[in-house]
Design a protein around this ligand. Structure first.
Ligand code: CUK
Ligand code: CUA
Ligand code: CA
Length: 642
């Protein structure tokens, strides 16, 4: 019988009957090919290739097996895509360890329901959706410091920060006057002072309906820098074209972003008109100096300093340089040796290697042609989207249309660009199917260790048990420690993790139980103080007009209050402090038929506000199984008729 989990089917089917190679035969890469490949499916798999894969998988099994009770070597942080959360995985086991709700509502932890989470969500709490793409860990001296993880929300133009010591989101910022925060990267050196974030879409300014013309000189998008510690806007830079992905360098001086819509077009055809778009490089010290000197403007009612990084009459601004690259580039990746920004061609089979050590000269206008900073443009295959690095001079690029990862050597690509006859391509490995991001262990740091490569495939097709019309994505794990890449694991994932990041387990240090002074619930503690409440000991009901504040403790298997009375129509705030000191004894609080649910982990205070709109008896109960008598951990809210 066929067993696709072991990659040894009896019947070898070619997905959708159209082979990848037949696309290769169609010649020029166009949007039509790209669209066609997506719609029709790609990838030719013979019985031999399945069998070979099966053999390799068996060999690799021992490597990825993390036995019961054993711990993974790496933390992986996965974007939850348009599901809006961040997921924590162990690598290489690929086991999901935790979910961190961010731009979504989560009924287990009460994220989006509790007062603590609503304060963090702020104004934007009204949005129940998000679209995460790029999770990145804060750095000091080009290495992960394990303090924060930042992630974008493309859907509602937000940036969130997650504290890695508690693995909870602690700040969310809506970026003003832009639409769709997409590419997000962090300053690596000397430390993550800034979060760099691209706003993707061009919009009129002010966007008040006075014009809808994207060619208007007041229609543009902006590059954004956020103060990572304060989570406040630092500055914005107006650019030509649009902005897709970005990365920062290892000197602290430059950041670079790809632009696929240099045309400022409205539609697909228009966005593919130019043979070349560009990479825009930002000179951070020059921008900082201008702002310090007061040489900035503000826009559309916001106070954020804005500088203009557009060309004027073909002349560069002091803040930016535009480097033409082919065509609708997507991913932008700094090599872990700090030498190159690599722009991935998408509609071109090439990637463009920009020498970072030539950027000083570029900004000093020492080149006739900005393309003199390009040291190689290796041809890799169809649909290059993202590149990652093993720290041994090799790069790994995803080929969306070819459904492959290509391993290539950077030095050899440079030699070939100079005319030497050298084959810089080391290996092409089929992946299943249509990969977007890939990410090698520690690749964004100077410590890239070349052990594991995660490839996030957009299509899983036949790789898993069918789940109806909506398929999972396929996050594949590849062993890159040897000469050859070896596929070792298929991991189904929900709702498109665009990107992920891997850190060594020693780089992430978490708290076992909450600190009573934690800022996460400090405001709730302050409010309790105003009511004269000692949260660790008091079980009290405070009546304040139509508002009722119920304070109680929880300790397995009982709440401090098993009954409280309110009047119909009262606005009730329940604040619970979990005085258990034992690791892992989390309690919950659910008020039945009121849409009320929250987590209270050891030494945590959580609160939630709702209207007691129904007269009668309403049970509340603990939702995390905490004790043999967990079912008995209940209480009653008695609502008197109005
Ligand atoms: S993007 Cu999704 S595959 Cu938002 Cu980084 Cu490239
Ligand atoms: Cu407390 Cu279950
Ligand atoms: Ca274009």
């Amino acid at each position: 019988m066929s067993d696709k989990n072991n990659a040894t089917p009896d019947v070898v089917e070619e997905p959708r009957g159209v082979s990848r190679r037949s696309f290769l035969g169609t010649g020029a890469v166009t949007g039509a090919v790209l669209a066609g490949a997506t719609a029709l499916g790609a990838g030719t798999f013979t019985r031999e290739s399945w069998a070979a894969a099966a053999k390799e998988a068996k060999e690799a099994k021992s490597k990825i097996h993390v036995g019961p009770g054993e711990l993974d070597e790496y933390y992986g942080f996965w974007s939850g895509g348009h599901q809006g959360e961040v997921r924590v995985l162990g690598v290489p086991s690929m086991r999901e360890l935790m979910r961190i709700p961010v731009f979504n509502v989560d009924s287990a932890t009460g994220w989006g329901l509790t007062n603590e989470s609503k304060r963090i969500l702020g104004e934007s709490a009204k949005y129940k959706n998000g679209d995460c793409h790029h999770p990145h860990i804060s750095m000091t001296d080009g290495k992960y410091d394990g303090k924060y993880l930042f992630i974008n929300d493309k859907a509602n133009s937000r940036i969130a920060r997650i504290r890695l010591d508690i693995m909870k989101c602690d700040k969310i910022l809506t970026v003003p006057n832009v639409q769709a925060i997409h590419g997000l990267r962090l300053q690596k050196v000397p430390y993550t002072k800034y979060v760099f974030a691209n706003a993707e879409f061009v919009i009129p300014h002010p966007n008040d309906g006075h014009t809808f013309d994207l060619q208007d000189k007041n229609s543009f998008t902006m590059f954004n820098a956020i103060d990572a510690e304060k989570m406040e806007m630092a500055f914005q830079v107006i650019v030509d074209g649009n902005l897709d992905n970005s990365d920062a360098d290892y000197t602290g001086q430059y950041a670079a972003s790809t632009c696929y819509n240099s045309e400022k077009a409205y539609d697909l055809g228009g966005m593919m008109r130019n043979e070349r778009d560009w990479v825009v490089v930002f000179n951070i010290p020059r921008i900082e100096a201008a702002i310090k000197a007061g040489k900035f403007i503000t826009l559309d009612g916001s106070k954020v300093p804005v500088v203009d990084g557009r060309k004027t009459d073909g002349k560069d601004s002091e803040f930016t340089r535009y480097i033409p690259v082919p065509k609708n580039p997507h991913g932008c990746n700094t090599s872990s040796d700090g030498k190159y920004f690599i722009a991935n061609g998408k509609l071109s089979p090439t990637v463009s290697m920009i020498a970072i050590d030539r950027l000083d000269d570029l900004f000093a206008d020492r080149f006739k042609d900005p393309r003199e900073v390009i040291v190689a443009e290796p041809e890799l295959g169809l649909g290059p989207l993202h590149t990652t690095f093993d720290g041994r001079g090799n790069a790994y690029t995803t080929l969306f249309i070819d459904s492959q990862v290509v391993k290539w050597n950077m030095d050899e690509a440079i030699r070939a660009y100079k005319g030497e006859k050298v084959n810089y391509i080391k290996q092409k490995l089929d992946v299943q199917y249509q990969p977007g991001h890939n990410h090698a262990s520690l690749t964004e740091t100077s410590e890239a260790d070349g052990k594991w490569l995660v490839v996030l495939c957009k299509f899983s097709k036949d790789r898993f048990l069918p789940t109806g019309p909506l398929h999972p994505e396929n996050d594949q794990l590849i062993d890159i420690s040897g000469e050859e890449m070896k596929l070792v694991h298929d991991g189904p994932a929900f709702a498109e993790p665009h990107d992920c990041i891997l850190a060594r387990r020693d780089q992430i240090k978490t708290q076992k139980i909450w600190n009573r002074n934690d800022p996460f619930f400090a405001e709730t503690v302050a409010l309790a103080k105003k009511d004269g409440i000692n949260l660790e000991t008091d079980n009290k009901v405070i009546r304040d007009g139509n508002k009722v504040r119920v304070y109680m403790t929880s300790m397995a298997p009982a709440y401090g209050l098993t009954e409280f009375t309110v009047k119909q129509g009262n606005e009730v705030t329940v604040t619970i402090t979990n005085i258990d000191q034992i690791e892992d004894v989390s309690h919950g609080f659910v008020m039945t038929n009121h849409g009320v649910s929250m987590e209270i982990s050891p030494q945590q205070t959580s609160s939630i506000t709702f209207t007691a709109d129904k007269a009668g008896l309403h049970w509340y109960y603990c939702s995390w199984f905490c004790h043999a008598l967990h079912m008995e951990m209940v209480g009653r809210m008695l609502v008197e008729k109005a």
